[in-house]
Design a protein around this ligand. Structure first.
Ligand code: ADP
Length: 481
């Protein structure tokens, strides 16, 4: 499969003809090739988006017509559901069940933001008897979107749908590891009636295809989801053109199990929160705090859940954990497991591998639980982005709140207890953008998503997800003249 960029409504190769290989994580074999885009290719996409915004039909199209295109896109995504699920699963390594969830949510995001397109409005603050003020919401302009490989289509549509609903035009640069479904987005939107140039997609690497978007004076905003390191770089590199940025970065999210929790539910949810999507989740509950009186029982049961997980090819129906996305990521996660052992954490799970010959070159890492972890260990401080749980005992609410907040990150937290007062007190005390009570990981499209501290800037999803694609204009009218 030879993929192409989508620029100004046309499918094109990189100008210098260069391509890179995209690997299937389950087998390690080449799945596709994609254009290795360079600054000239990115500039062409920026020019197309700029023209579509400044002089093209998008900005002048009625909100109703923009809404209809997004609503049609939702229907087309649903029609293509099964094909997209298989493509996403193959490209990213996630099991089919998880890919199904992603694609269902992708279709709903088009619908949800299609609904918002006709409901964005400003207001009229009182400014005295002699004047009127109109506060008007306008699209921020040309928006660039730089996305990661863990939820390839979801993370892209999470940006594209609100941006289009706001009236922006866009350039999407998907992660080099997983470009397949990102290139389906313009196909869906073109069929739904999106004019050329409004959404452009260029594939390639961060420094050559992502960086030009960040420094271009013609791009008004960058929406980024990815690593802390690159997020900081984007903020620095975007400073010269005072780029608006939305950053959704890493996490080291606490998952707190109180002794009075619904035990089985808490154990399963805690495991799902770190082993789901192979642990490649920015909000993964990677630090598991367990009240000391139930610590040994909890550990034993979590190990049992981990050992029962079926690792295998992502398309196999009985697989509950697929491979990691790349060889590089597999090596990175294995190096953290080695660091955990070296630091003296107790490895509580067995180090198994996939036995099926077809997947012997796949990028698998087994579900891994470290017991008796100290919150100062490297495995408790740095984001691993893999199926590695660190379990830490605690004695009371104050101690666990302090430990939970003792991190540079602040993306999410989960609390398991039947005591509603304790749950809400703890939820208020934790510095994180999302707190789940008796659950882990739901991120519904209707509610805001984003981080405190070094987990990011701005919010995606919900109405908040549109705010970041809007400017606010004040029009003052002297009504005495
Ligand atoms: P990860 O470490 O999880 O692979 P990254 O933060 O490196 O995540 O990548 C997320 C996205 O950022 C990818 O699309 C990648 O190509 C892009 N990217 C990486 N480096 C840069 C950069 N210097 N400028 C802009 N985009 C970049």
């Amino acid at each position: 499969m030879d993929l192409q960029n989508y620029v100004n409504g046309k499918w094109v190769d990189a100008r210098d003809g260069s391509r890179f290989d995209v690997f299937e994580p389950a087998t390690g074999e080449v799945l596709a090739t994609a254009p290795d885009s360079k600054p000239a290719d990115v500039d062409a996409a920026i020019d197309a988006a700029r023209a579509a915004f400044d002089t093209g039909p998008w900005a002048t199209m009625s909100e109703r017509d923009r809404a209809r295109i997004l609503l049609r896109a939702a229907e087309i995504a649903r029609r293509e559901h099964d094909r997209l699920v298989e493509m996403e699963s193959r490209d990213s390594g996630k099991p089919l069940e998880e890919a199904k969830h992603d694609i269902d949510e992708v279709a709903f995001m088009f619908e949800y933001y299609g609904g918002w397109a006709t409901k964005i409005h400003g207001d009229i603050p009182p400014v005295g008897p002699g004047a009127m003020s109109l506060v008007v919401k306008e699209p921020v302009g040309v928006a660039a979107m730089i996305t990661p490989w863990n939820y390839p289509m979801l993370m892209a549509v999470q940006k594209v749908a609100p941006a289009l609903a706001a009236g922006c035009t866009a350039i999407l640069k998907p992660a080099e590891q997983t470009p397949l479904t990102a290139l389906e987005i313009p196909k869906i939107l073109e069929e739904a009636g999106l004019p050329p140039g409004v959404l452009n997609v260029v594939t390639g690497f961060g420094e050559t295809a992502g960086h030009p978007l960040v420094v271009s004076p013609k791009v008004d905003k960058v929406g980024f989801t990815g690593s802390l390191e690159v997020g900081k770089l984007i903020m620095k590199n975007g400073a010269d053109t005072l780029k608006r940025v939305t950053l959704e970065l890493g996490g080291k999210s606490p998952n707190i199990v109180f002794a009075d929790a619904d035990f089985e539910h808490a154990i399963q949810g805690t495991c799902d929160g770190i082993f789901g999507n192979q642990g490649e989740i920015c909000s993964a509950g990677s630090r598991v705090f367990v009240e000391r009186s139930v610590y040994n029982d909890a550990l034993e049961q979590m190990v049992a859940v981990a050992q029962a997980i079926t690792m295998g090819g992502s398309l196999e129906p009985d697989t509950t954990m697929g491979p990691l996305v790349s060889k590089e990521q597999q090596e990175r996660v294995l190096s953290y497991i080695a660091a955990g052992k070296a630091e003296g954490a107790r490895l509580a799970t067995t180090e198994r591998t996939v036995t099926d010959e077809r997947y012997r070159n796949g990028y698998f890492v087994p579900p891994t639980i470290f017991a008796d972890v100290n919150n100062n260990m490297k495995i408790a401080r740095e984001e691993i982005f893999g199926p590695v749980m660190s379990v830490i005992p605690f004695d009371d609410v104050d101690e666990v709140t302090r430990l939970a907040n003792d991190t540079n990150f602040g993306l999410a937290a989960a609390i398991w207890t039947r005591d509603i007062g304790k749950a809400l007190r703890t939820a208020k005390a934790i510095r994180a953008g999302t707190v789940w009570i008796n659950d882990s990981q739901p991120a519904p499209t209707e509610a805001p998503w984003g981080g405190y501290k070094e987990s990011g800037i701005g919010r995606e999803l919900g109405p908040h997800g549109i705010e970041d694609y809007l400017e606010t204009k004040h029009i003052y009218i002297n009504i005495e003249r």
